[in-house]
Design a binder for this molecule. Structure first.
Ligand SMILES: [Cu+2]
Length: 165
């Protein structure tokens, strides 16, 4: 075999190899939703396979979350099952009090604004949506409904992340 033929064979193998590897990766990405590694002061997106606790939250047209206070241990991965038992749109958005206040003001100015982040669940009337969040650091955080006017009406809840209750 000539050297040039050997190079051709080696090349053919390496191309086949890389195509195969790419195919595998694409399939894996489809099967497992890519989890954001973006770290926020209040944690990061959680892996649904590593959920350590499920918390049910109800949202009503009385502009209230039930429960309106949660205690979570640092490191816990929580699956929120967020139910809208009202007749209008509600959402549960996690954040620091500063984040939520700024965001609520923005929503008042631009009511049509739409966005989706791993730390928010928009829930249509009568529906239940899920979000998985990992609380990495201790602190005092909040969840609010940022549908224009709802946060201002008191649609807010508090999350205490600490090792003690
Ligand atoms: Cu609301």
């Amino acid at each position: 075999m000539k050297f040039s033929q050997m190079v051709m064979i080696a090349l053919a193998f390496s191309i086949t190899g890389s195509v195969f590897a790419h195919g595998e990766k694409t399939r894996a990405a489809k099967e497992n939703k890519v989890i954001s590694t973006d770290e926020k002061p209040f944690g990061r997106e959680g892996d649904p396979k590593k959920v350590t606790r499920t918390v049910k939250v109800d949202m009503s047209d009385k502009m209230r979350f039930t429960p309106s206070e949660l205690h979570i241990k640092p490191g816990e991965t929580v699956r929120f099952e967020v139910k809208n038992s009202g007749k209008t749109m509600h959402e549960m958005v996690l954040g620091t009090i500063k984040d939520l206040k700024e965001h609520a003001e923005l929503m008042l100015k631009h009511p049509g604004m739409e966005h989706d982040e791993p730390y928010m669940a928009h829930v249509a009337p009568g529906k239940t949506e899920r979000m998985v969040w990992r609380f990495t650091k201790p602190g005092e955080f909040y969840y609010g409904c940022l549908v224009p006017g709802h946060f201002e009406a008191g649609m807010i809840g508090k999350i205490t992340v600490s090792t003690t209750k």
